[in-house]
Every structure is written in structure tokens, then in C-alpha cells.
Design a protein around this ligand. Structure first.
Ligand SMILES: NC(=O)c1ccc[n+]([C@@H]2O[C@H](COP(=O)([O-])OP(=O)(O)OC[C@H]3O[C@@H](n4cnc5c(N)ncnc54)[C@H](O)[C@@H]3O)[C@@H](O)[C@H]2O)c1
Ligand SMILES: O=C(O)CC[C@@H](O)C(=O)O
Length: 630
């Protein structure tokens, strides 16, 4: 890193701290006053007018101090409060303040009485803090400020910085008007609009660079920092209306997140994927080879659902892109819908409901049966199948299941050796096999004929699993007495018109792929998948990845972490370790996880090392991706 003879001039309120100190002081001093909220609102309004340059600063200060009714004794409490309100990225980058201590200044229109003790902890001594000072009366009440101080005047920061006559490039980091005017006046060389706590449009417009936190500022200036790559530079694109909590979780962690309501076509996605580090989708978006080839920055795909066949998992892997899904966040929702549909079908509730909606009263018990004692055939005894098995038994059904794998029977459920056995005996057959493409037309004419006359079929798995022509024929002929279908061979990318051969058939429940669409499930997914994404981006963990060797790494403390993803070919580990040895790195830990195609090696090492090693590691033949984390 190059050390340039630069000077860094920081604003205090809303930059070094997350708050405006006088607002905090007001909260404290006005406690218990009946019109407290009103006065605080007024103080904030005046503060903003001053910051945006809409009233003169002196005016803003005078008005606020009058409203504050503060006392000298309140200042200790204020300092204590402010200590807990340091901006997050300032707090995590103490190293910069230590190393560049001699070049850092604070120029603020706040007050030295509370700024000095706070910034002292960041190695900024009182002599490099330029701010106002209070005036007290004999009882210690704050009655005004030193009006002779340039910082108490309009555009006082310009005057102050001019008087300092700093040598070298002067960079100003602040959030408001009084900061960017120093640059406009030509006294400062650069203005960085600091938006971690407040985004002021005017400041952003006048900035050489908008910096959402100190990490970004340190990154663009190549200065020592706590984090290898500022998170705001990591772009996340979330499609298909994923729950807003996902947006919240990921933005809270500092990432730049964009939400799109629908899925995108291949061409649209090819256009949008450029520069994106994380893609979040549900079941409609196809992540194809062409999409992956256009993805120049992609690290992770998050499937905010169970199914992952919409993603070319192997191609993602060959590009070093990790895929996560939410394997059981919506399981319960699907199971509850299945139970509901079993009852609705057996009782012919939908035909009765349609009739009465059409103005027809048809009180009848024909084709209306209890589920108690009936045979339920579950095809696919995985997460959903098993949970359904438990709930169905609880309402008195006899459960049979068929799965290609050996599965432990829960409760009194009975395993069927063949699909045909299950189809032969079930009053209701419900499909919960996985979204493997080999399951296409799993239920066709032959299988429907193997079902009992008058049985019902439920498909909550994937549309291609059932031959829709065969199903509609079986329903029309009366072979089947009903069906519930949630998934279709072709589903639209966005809400709108939809057509299916099954429309208009009696005792057929049609739903638009909403088996997992409950508020609870979507909320669970919005926590689960972002956590996996953040864990991978921030630490390199791949636990629960669907296409990648899984590894849970120890916490990275006081170390740099090299993440090397490579083709699993003979000799590659030896080459990696040869490079590490050549550069004499002090290794704290090394972890390896592989599958037949891919190797993922993680090395934790002491922070001080020759950075040329990074280039050497990237150059190793068969390297797919390489990242450094700290
Ligand atoms: N409708 C919805 O909104 C919705 C919501 C969630 C899940 N799903 C779908 O539900 C299905 C099941 O989900 P899950 O979480 O239980 O999956 P899972 O992987 O836990 O279980 C699937 C089971 O099916 C079995 N299986 C696969 N192919 C089979 C075959 N040909 N014959 C017999 N058994 C077979 C597997 O061995 C496994 O036990 C998936 O297709 C998923 O995409 C749909
Ligand atoms: O929410 C979705 O789009 C898909 C729901 C479901 O099919 C799943 O795979 O989890």
C-alpha cells in the first residue's frame, strides 16, 4: 500500500458518529418535558436546514442552543452516549486512525466539549480538532457559544481549513453542505460524501466520490482497512419477489441489494447479471450456461426455494459458483396444503362451492367421504413426504409410501415395494418426489390406470412429473374422481393470464404454484438463504451448498484467509503449498474439501506477507477462483 502525503479532514456529527450530537443532547435535557417531542422535532428541523445550507449556520446554532436548555453536567452523559454511537465502519477501522494519526483532522461545527473525548480514542488529539466551544453562565447553564470562532459562522469550515494551510492532497470526508463547500472553495482537493448514517442528496451531488462507509473510502485510497473488499461493492440481485426480509438482512450486512418482482428471461438475465456477485432466484428463473458465461463476477446463486433444477448446478460448479437453497423452510407449508386438499377433494368441497357461487343449492352426501381410515399413498418419502405421513396419520389415514431410496417408515406408515403397489391401494395419491429431470412424466396413462377407480391425485412437486393430457383424460373419463394440481409443465414468469387443459374440470383444485407460498415459509427462507450467502461471502463456509464440497470453517481471527477453488486434478495441492512455502507464509490453519471434480482449499495466515503471493496463487494451472478474506 502506498502512503501518500495526504491529509484527511473528517466531519464529526453523522460521519464519525451515527448521530447529530445536539439532537442526542436534546433528547437528554428535555426528558420529562410535556412538549419534548415537539421541541426535538424542531431542533432536528433546524439542524437539517443548517446542514443543507438553507439557513445560516450561526442562525441554526443560536436557535438550537436556546431550545436545548442544557447544562455543563449534561455533557458527561452526552459523551457516554456518543461512545456507543460511533459509526460502525469507523469503529471497525481503528488501524487506519492509528497508522495515519498525524494526518487526520476533525473540522466540525459541533463542540469540542464532546468531540475531543470521543476522537481522542481514535488517536486524534485536541489540537487537531477544530470545533466550536460552549459558553456557560455562573450556574453552568449553556447559554451560547464563542461567536469569535470561525466555525460559528456561515461557511466557517472554509475559513478554518484555509487557516490551517495543510500541505499535500486534502481530502474531506463528511455528510453535508459545510463539508462539500470546502472542496468547492478550492481549499480541499477531494470531497467524499459519507452516507453510512444519512444520505444527503446535495452532498452526494457535490461529491468526488460517494462513500457508504469508511471501508469504501479506505479501499479507493488503498489504505489499511479491516475488510478486504467493501461490502457495498458486492452487488446482489434478488428476483421473483423474494420476501423483503431478505433485502433487509443482506443490506443490513452492508451489501448493495437490488430487488426485482418477477423472474427474468434468459436474454434479460444475461444483460442484468454483469457485475452481479450474488443472484437470488426462486423456481422460475433459469440459470443456464449462457447466463453463467455472461456472469463476470458471480460468486453465489441463492435459490429461495427447495428446487434447484432451474439452475445448471454442474456448470456453476465448473465456474466456482456456489449454489445454496432452502431445503426445508417451506416444507410445513406444502404439507398443510396437502392435508387441506386431501380433505377438500374427499368431501367434494370445490364443486359444492362452485355450485353455490353460481346460485345453486345442492345439499348432498354423494362423493363426500371422511378421510379417516382411507389409504394415503405418498410418493417420495423425503422432507415433505415424511412430515405429511405424520400429519396424515394424526387425522386417521392409513399411510403407504414409495421411494426409490430406503427410507425409515415413520409411525405406522407402510413401505410399498413398487409404485404400482402403492397406486393399486391408495384412495389418494400425493406426489412429493424431487425435481430431478429424470422424473419427467413419472405419472402417465399407464400409472393413472394402475390407480383405484375413483381415486384422487395431488401434485405439489413439479409440473413435468405428471403427463397433463393423460391426467385430464383420466378425470374426464371418471377414472379419477378428483385432483389437486399446484405445479405445471409450463408456468408463467409473472402473474397474469394462464391456461391449462385441467381448467373447468369438476373436483379439480388448481393453484398457481403456491405450495410453499406462505408468509411464514417466505420469511423463513428470507432468513435461511441470506445467512448461507453471507456465511460464504464473509467467511468462505459452504455448509449446505448443493453443488460444492461442504466445509464449516473455524472463525477467522486476526488472520487473512485465502480461498482457492480449483479443478480436482492430481498435484494441485502440492503446487499451492509450494507457492505458499516459496513466499514463507506463516500459516495458522489449512482446510481442504473436495469432490471428484472440484477442490476447495482454505488457508489462514498471518496478516503480514508478501502480497505477490496472491498473483502466484492465481496463476496456478487449473485455478477456478481465488479470493482473499479479512
Ligand atoms: N409446490 C410447491 O410450492 C413446492 C414447495 C416445496 C417443494 N416442492 C417440491 O416438492 C418436492 C419434494 O420436496 P422435498 O423437500 O420433500 O424433497 P426431498 O428431496 O426431501 O424428497 C424427495 C424424495 O423423493 C424421492 N424420489 C425422487 N425421485 C423418485 C422417484 N422417481 N421415485 C420415488 N421416489 C423418488 C427421493 O428419494 C426423496 O426421498 C420437490 O420436487 C420440490 O421441488 C414444491
Ligand atoms: O417459491 C417458489 O418459486 C418455488 C416453491 C417450491 O416449488 C420450491 O421448490 O421450494
Amino acid at each position: 500500500m502506498t502512503e501518500v502525503a495526504r491529509k484527511y479532514v473528517f466531519d464529526f456529527d453523522s460521519t464519525l458518529t451515527r448521530v447529530e450530537a445536539l439532537d442526542v443532547l436534546a433528547e437528554m435535557t428535555l426528558q420529562g418535558k410535556p412538549n419534548r417531542e415537539e421541541i426535538i422535532g424542531e431542533i432536528q428541523r433546524i439542524t437539517n436546514l443548517g446542514i443543507d445550507g438553507d439557513i445560516s449556520f450561526t442562525e441554526s446554532l443560536e436557535q438550537r442552543i436556546k431550545l436545548l436548555e442544557a447544562h455543563k453536567d449534561d455533557l458527561d452523559g452526552l459523551v457516554e452516549e456518543l461512545r456507543h454511537k460511533i459509526s460502525k465502519s469507523i469503529e471497525s477501522n481503528k488501524e487506519f486512525f492509528e497508522k495515519f494519526s498525524d494526518d487526520i483532522y476533525v473540522i466540525s461545527c459541533g463542540f469540542k466539549e464532546f468531540i475531543d473525548p470521543i476522537v481522542k480514542e481514535y488517536n486524534i488529539p485536541s489540537e487537531r480538532v477544530f470545533a466550536n466551544t460552549f459558553e456557560f453562565d455562573e450556574q453552568g447553564n449553556i447559554i451560547g457559544f464563542d461567536e469569535k470562532n470561525v466555525l460559528a459562522t456561515h461557511n466557517g469550515k472554509i475559513e478554518c481549513l484555509k487557516n490551517l494551510d495543510l500541505k499535500g492532497e486534502v481530502q474531506v470526508i463528511g455528510d453535508g453542505y459545510s463539508d462539500y463547500v470546502m472542496r468547492e472553495a478550492g481549499i480541499a482537493d477531494k470531497f467524499f460524501a459519507y452516507t453510512e448514517n444519512v444520505h444527503r442528496e446535495k452532498a452526494a451531488e457535490h461529491a468526488d466520490h460517494v462513500t457508504p462507509n469508511l471501508d469504501e473510502f479506505l479501499f479507493v485510497n488503498d489504505l489499511p482497512r479491516n475488510i478486504s473488499y467493501p461490502k457495498n461493492r458486492i452487488k446482489i440481485l434478488l428476483l421473483e419477489n423474494v420476501h423483503p426480509a431478505a433485502f433487509h438482512n443482506l443490506s443490513e450486512d452492508g451489501f448493495s441489494v437490488e430487488l426485482v418482482k418477477t423472474s427474468l428471461s434468459e436474454e434479460e438475465l444475461i444483460e442484468r447479471i454483469k457485475g452481479v456477485h450474488v443472484l437470488g432466484i426462486r423456481s422460475k428463473t433459469q440459470v443456464t450456461q449462457k447466463v453463467m458465461d455472461a456472469a463476470d463476477k458471480l460468486l453465489v446463486v441463492g435459490a429461495f426455494c427447495i428446487g434447484t433444477t432451474q439452475i445448471d448446478l454442474n456448470y456453476c460448479k465448473s465456474k466456482g459458483v456456489v449454489v445454496f437453497n432452502a431445503p426445508y423452510s417451506n416444507t410445513r407449508s406444502v404439507v398443510e396444503l396437502a392435508i387441506g386438499e386431501i380433505i377438500m377433494l374427499m368431501r367434494s368441497v370445490f364443486p359444492r362451492s362452485t355450485e353455490i357461487h353460481g346460485g345453486q343449492w345442492n345439499k348432498t352426501a354423494s362423493n363426500s367421504r371422511e378421510v379417516r381410515g382411507k389409504n394415503l399413498g405418498i410418493v417420495g418419502y423425503g422432507n415433505i413426504g415424511k412430515q405429511l405421513s405424520v400429519l396424515a396419520e394424526a387425522i386417521g389415514m392409513r399411510v403407504y409410501y414409495y421411494d426409490i431410496d430406503d427410507k425409515l417408515a415413520l409411525g405406522n406408515a407402510v413401505r410399498c415395494e413398487t409404485l404400482e403397489n402403492l397406486l393399486n391401494i391408495s384412495d389418494v395419491v400425493t406426489l412429493h418426489i424431487d425435481d430431478n429431470k429424470a422424473n419427467k412424466d413419472f405419472i402417465g396413462e399407464r400409472e393413472l390406470n394402475q390407480m383405484k377407480d375413483g381415486a384422487m391425485l395431488i401434485n405439489l412437486s413439479r409440473g413435468f412429473v405428471v403427463d397433463i393430457d393423460a391426467l385430464s383424460a383420466a378425470l374426464e373419463s371418471g377414472k379419477l374422481a378428483g385432483a389437486a394440481v399446484d405445479v405445471y409443465p409450463e408456468e408463467p414468469r409473472a402473474n397474469g393470464e394462464f391456461h391449462s387443459k385441467l381448467q373447468g374440470l369438476p373436483n379439480v383444485i388448481l393453484t398457481p404454484h403456491v405450495g410453499g407460498s406462505t408468509e411464514e415459509a417466505q420469511r423463513n427462507i428470507a432468513d435461511f438463504v441470506p445467512n448461507k450467502i453471507m456465511d460464504y461471502i464473509n467467511s468462505g463456509n459452504t455448509v449446505d451448498a448443493v453443488n460444492f464440497p461442504n466445509i464449516r470453517l473455524p472463525k477467522q481471527t486476526n488472520a487473512h484467509r485465502f480461498l482457492h477453488i480449483h479443478k480436482n486434478v492430481p498435484g494441485i495441492m502440492a503446487k499451492i503449498n509450494k507457492v505458499l512455502a516459496e513466499y514463507e507464509l506463516n500459516i495458522n490453519g489449512q482446510y481442504l474439501s473436495t469432490d471428484s471434480e472440484l477442490g476447495y482449499v482454505i488457508t489462514d495466515l498471518d496478516k503480514e506477507y508478501n502480497k505477490e503471493v496472491i498473483k502466484a496463487l492465481r496463476k496456478i494451472e487449473n485455478t477456478i477462483k481465488f479470493r482473499v478474506l479479512y
